[in-house]
Design a protein around this ligand. Structure first.
Ligand code: NAD
Ligand code: ZN
Length: 252
């Protein structure tokens, strides 16, 4: 795989690297992106119409079942070489921040620690009314489960369309974006705000912006480099050529 020498050099000398990931980074782990998800059992539902507070109020069981199905897929999935390359990059760079829109928890499972999960995590449940965590619910019992404090319905602890992002995490993500020497956007269609605006912010603040995606997105016009292909193939190789060492044993 041949990369532009300028690109490899930028990564080689970088001290502050910030990465934004989306559903595409987990595609090679077998987790459908939103577009891929429109097949099979759930094909007749538009994810943007299931992932809203209105949908939950209208039909809590339907939304619960959709998330239960996605949770099952995620529990059986394993991190892929792209997730592990990001763990190695965290070890390598003096200053490394990973920002994800994914709710699958695979970055954490792979070993990433300086991580901001902007859209929450599908494995946690919290009360729709009072936000208290709901734990220890029973799949054979009443679904969605009830909050032990107020009796409200349990919902996945993710950010739905129309809801705000956790402010502290977003602030940290923005800071890391503005400080970055190199900013990578990996596997995101860059359509969901505000995460989608981070690459542009990085660019304006002087970062070298790299996109990894098999398909063209709206970032094509602002990225310095678009590396066209699957993240699990491109990222480990790019990092290796930029002088990175492979540490995660499972990678490759
Ligand atoms: P998206 O589904 O809109 O876009 C996925 C992008 O990944 C596409 O541009 C696609 O071309 C690209 N892609 C596909 N395979 C790839 C690969 N192997 N390597 C690199 N890129 C690849 O996802 P999004 O931009 O993250 O935004 C949609 C929202 O969906 C987010 O809010 C996210 O929380 C949610 N979502 C999360 C998951 C997950 O946690 N794994 C899955 C589906 C949707
Ligand atoms: Zn409650």
């Amino acid at each position: 795989m041949q990369f532009a020498s300028q690109l490899v050099e930028r990564l080689r000398v970088a001290e502050r690297v910030t990465v934004l990931t989306g559903a595409g980074v987990s595609a090679e782990s077998g987790i459908p992106t939103f577009r891929d998800a429109q097949t099979g059992l759930w094909a007749r539902y538009d994810p943007t119409e299931l992932a809203t507070p209105q949908a939950f109020v209208r039909n809590p069981r339907l939304v619960w079942d959709w998330y239960a199905y996605r949770r099952d897929v995620i529990e059986q999935a394993e991190p892929n070489p792209a997730h592990y390359a990001l763990v190695d990059m965290e070890q390598h760079y003096a200053n490394f921040t990973l920002i994800t829109q994914n709710v699958d928890g695979l970055h954490w499972r792979a070993g990433s620690r300086n991580l901001f999960e902007l859209h929450g995590n599908i494995s946690r449940i919290r009360c729709f009314e009072c936000a208290a965590p709901v734990t220890g619910w029973d799949d054979d019992g009443e679904l969605p489960p009830r909050c032990p404090h107020c009796g409200g319905l349990g919902r996945p602890d993710v950010v739905w369309f129309g809801e705000g992002l956790p402010a502290p995490a977003l602030r940290e993500a923005e800071r890391a974006t503005e400080r970055a020497d190199v900013f990578l956007s990996i596997g995101t269609s860059a359509m969901v705000q505000p995460a989608a605006s981070l690459p542009l912010r990085a660019r304006r603040a002087g970062a070298y912006v790299i996109e990894i995606n098999p398909e063209e997105t709206s970032l094509a016009v602002i990225a310095d480099e678009w590396l066209r292909g699957p993240a699990g193939v491109i990222l480990p190789e790019l990092f290796r050529q930029a002088g990175g060492e492979r540490q995660s044993p499972e990678e490759g």
